[in-house]
Design a protein around this ligand. Sequence first.
Ligand code: COA
Length: 385
Amino acid sequence: MLRCMPLPAAPTVVISGTGLSHPPHTISNAELVASLTESVLRWNDEHADEIARGELAARPVPDEEFIVKASGIRSRYVMEKQGVLDPDRMRPLLPLRSEDELGIQAEMAIPAIMEALDQAGRRPDEVDAIIVGCSNLQRAYPAVSIEIQHALGAGGWAYDMNVACSSATFSMQAAADALRSGSARCVVVVNPEITSGHNNFELRDFHFIFGDACTAVVMERADDATGAERWVVLGTKLETQFSNNIRNDFGFLNSSEARPGEERDPHDLIFRQRGQQVFKEVCPMVATHITGHLDALSLDAAAVRRFWLHQANLKMNQLIAKGVLGRVPTDDEAPVVLDEFANTSSAGSVIAFHRHRADLVSGDVGVICSFGAGYSVGSIVARKC
Ligand code: COA
């Protein structure tokens, strides 16, 4: 008779290093508003007759004060600045690279990964899995992660995944699952976000939202890890719920899809959202998600030392943390990086974790939480060793 043997306990997983890279160029709100204002005024001038006849509406100019008040964003890093600020272009101008050159996403990933590996005390050839999780991949295939694996001289396997702004936490859960199941021993999760390629710099509702940055995280089995700083993953929790309120229809069917007599609006093929609705629907979803995750781990919210939240909107983060804690959090409890970085999509919560954890001590518990299009929410609860 066959007997069921008890399964061995899953190995404990730790985060043993993080890294960050960003382009050197910054754009202030003032610079962004100046270029969009010029572009809008030119457009209104060119269409003055139609506007006067009531056939077209004059386009409204952006306002610097609105940006800080509505979002908390003051600046952003971008891969290329001149093209974004050129009123005749309003998007980055990136030199097209040959197939023999390292791709731009792989290139921005390498320094972030090296910093994370250095912290973990690991060499690139000890990595046996790489997961690229980000909102916008520069091509369909070969996977950017496999290009990174090749450039690093890493072994094992690699794949790309996209769950928009939640890509970091979703790929961290995938990494933890691979480590627990034994399909990998040293996983790099990397989030190379070139959001300036999908942002709409032509519309005042969207032009200020995003910035470029890349984060990397090394995850290992606790019994393998040798780095000086280790964070035990106490739990991971993911959640999705369909919504059209944040969309980007760019894809390989674009050139085939058609409606008779109708041109596709190019603004559909980059980022767009209904910001107010996102705000109203996502804040309670995220607060309930984090509370449920902490409950499942028998942790009291008051015992959480820090919340490293997705960085899309300052008021949103305050509302979410208030939903969890019952009061507005201090900057120390829910640190902010979006004033410097803007929304870097999946990289945001990891930038917060990377920049704001050095002061925490052994035994402190924190929550990394990302949320965004899908809708999608992911949380990682971790305790410092
Ligand atoms: N300058 C001046 N006015 C602007 C402007 C700008 N750059 N952008 C928008 N406005 C105007 C709007 O046109 C609107 O004018 P109206 O009242 O005459 O129609 C008014 O300001 C309010 O716009 P609204 O979009 O309702 O502002 P908001 O307070 O919701 O702030 C966001 C906008 C995008 C900052 C906010 O909704 C947000 O962050 N939402 C969550 C987004 C999110 O997390 N998305 C996930 C993405 S990954």
